[in-house]
Each structure stands twice: as structure tokens, then as C-alpha cells.
Design a protein around this ligand. Sequence first.
Ligand SMILES: *Cc1c(COP(=O)(O)O)cnc(C)c1O
Length: 380
Amino acid sequence: MALAAVPAPVLRPSPAAAEPAYSFAAGPARLPDAVLARAGEALFARGGDGAAAIERPFTGDAFRATLAHARERLAALLALPANYRILFMAGGAMQHFSLLPMNLLGASRRAAYADSGYWSRRAIDEGWKQAAVSVVATPPAGAPAAPDVSPGSGWDIPADAAYCHLTPNETADGVAWAALPDTGAVPLVADVTSCFLAAPLDVSRFGLLYAGAQKNIGPAGLSVVVVRDDLLERARPELPAPFSYAVQAAQDSCVTTPPTAAIQLAALVFDWIAERGGLPAMAAANAAKAARLYGFIDASGGFYTAPVRRDCRSPVNVRFHLADSVQDAVFAAEAERRGLFHLRGHPRVGGLRASLYNAMPMTGVDALVDFMADFMRRRG
Ligand SMILES: *Cc1c(COP(=O)(O)O)cnc(C)c1O
């Protein structure tokens, strides 16, 4: 039986052809323009060996050189202390919700988790499948915000907890932690999927960091793990080899064929970040974009509302809403006609959300603010 042809996607062009369109999607998210411009040649052009980069064997010298370059660039961007390893693994962030207890529980059955919103709760739900979970912090009452970390705020981390997990940037809720808790001898583990490489980060505060690539690193299908050496010793020998952080570390992330194309694209993104001045430059640009958008919202006289408590507003996932949800839908639909896409909030949270990761230029924020001002003039 003949298969019907797959219909071509219908892409609505931005009406004013000269105006660039922007995707504010939370993930997979926009990649830097310069990376897209280089990717065709770097990944898809055949070389003298008859292979394009995405066709080369993962055991060959060419891919291994790219892998080493990606690892070294990332280590330099993070100012990575010598006792940490970088792993490039297949799969998304959620896979680490399970790999984490598998690899880190060791002899303990207990793990501590902070609840700060949607994604930390998803991590907790998966944690329960393997560990006795102690939820050691919850969001405060009132406006959406991260748990209190001030001394005496009541964090009671069991001494036998194998790790304490938190989500420093809650992508769906638009909530960022302003400070990290002191977890004493219990290693701090963080899902940094939506804030990795958006600002400098003191890796030495953490036992382990993990991120799905598709927010701020590269395309979907890849995840990055940064792990302190001593935690690798906890891996039980019966773990499946591709799921073992220790085996992956020992075999240079090549236990199984790694997502080679995604790693090569990530390497281009790391180069781009380095060329632009590294993580301090990313942080400065992200802060300027966030200030522009939140500043406009706050000055709109209540037409637009940013519901997150000010000190916990995410610089990269800006959540806002209008007076009612019907208006939010009208706003999102009209924005698309102006070339501004994927502004609907996370389905569980509602409202609107503009994700402004590293690759979003200020011109994208300017275009959004111009549209918001125009929408307010017409509807306010
Ligand atoms: C997007 C996201 C996830 C889910 O990532 P997948 O790669 O789809 O599993 C998990 N945590 C955070 C903080 C996220 O932003």
C-alpha cells in the first residue's frame, strides 16, 4: 500500500516581509544566528573523507576531536574545577530525574528535594520511584517565588540524604532562585536546564548539575551532566552501562553512540558564547533584555502583570498576563500575525511567557515591547 505523501507544513510568513520573526519558545528554543549560519557547512558539507560531520563514526578521530573541543570549551566557560567531569549524554533533562537516584543514592535510600514549582515537582515524582523523598522546602505563600533560603528558614535536610535536589530556574513558573541554600555535607544537585550558561555559576557549590540541551545549549536529544569525581564512586556496578555516570565518565561519553550532530551543534554554541565574552557577557545581555521587558510590564499601569515576586523573577522565562485569559489568547494570536511566536504560557501555568535565552537578541525584545505597547493602545 502506498503511503500518502506527508503534507508540507504551512508556515504563515511574517506579514511585513522585512520584519524578522522571533520564536519566544521555552524549548526547543532559538539558536544563535551565527551558529545556524555556520551549521550548514560545519555539519552537512562532505569533506575529503567522503563524509559530512554528521556522517562520521563516533569512534573516529574527527568526532573525538570535536567532542574534546566541546568539553574543553565548556570547561573553560564554567571555569570548571579540576575535580569535575563533563558528560554528554543522549536524552532530555527528565531522564536525569531517574538517572540521578540510580547513580547517586549509593547505600542510602533517602533523597531531599526542594519544591519550587512545576519542574521540581516532576523531579520529585520520579524521585519517589526509587528513593524515600524528603521535601525540605516549598514555595512561600503569596506571589510565585522560590523557597526561602535565609538561615533559620526551616530547611531540615536529613543527614542520611544522598543529595539535595533543586531547580534554580523554574521554566514554567518563571521563578528563579535569588540565592542557594546551605545544604552542609549533603551534595547539592541542580536541574539547570533553562539557566545553564545564561550567567556565571559557581560549580563548586554543586555536587552535580544537569541540563537538557534544547533550552540554552543546542538542539534536543542531548543532555549535559557536570559531576564531581567523588560522586561517581557511588554508582552501583549493576547499573546499565549507558545510564551509569561513572561508566560514561570513564569512556568519554561514548559508551553508546552519542548524539553526534547535537554535540557538534553544541560545540558551535560554546564557541559563540566564548567569542561574545563568555558567561559574564551572556549575563549582562540577558539582564538588559529582562530589564527592558519587565520594566515595560511594570510601567503598563496594570494592563500587563508579571505575577512572580520581584526578587525571584526569572531573567530568561518572563511570565506575564493580561486581565483575563481570553485577552491572553487574543494577544498571542495577534502577536503571531506580527511575527512574534510561541508566547503562550506553559499549559499548567497559563498566561503568557517570553523565553529570552542567550540566542534572543535585544531586537527581539524590542519587537515584542513595540507590539505590547501597540496592543495596549488599541485595547487599553
Ligand atoms: C524543559 C525542562 C525540563 C524537561 O526537559 P526534557 O529535556 O524535555 O526532559 C526539565 N527541567 C527543566 C527546568 C526544564 O526547563
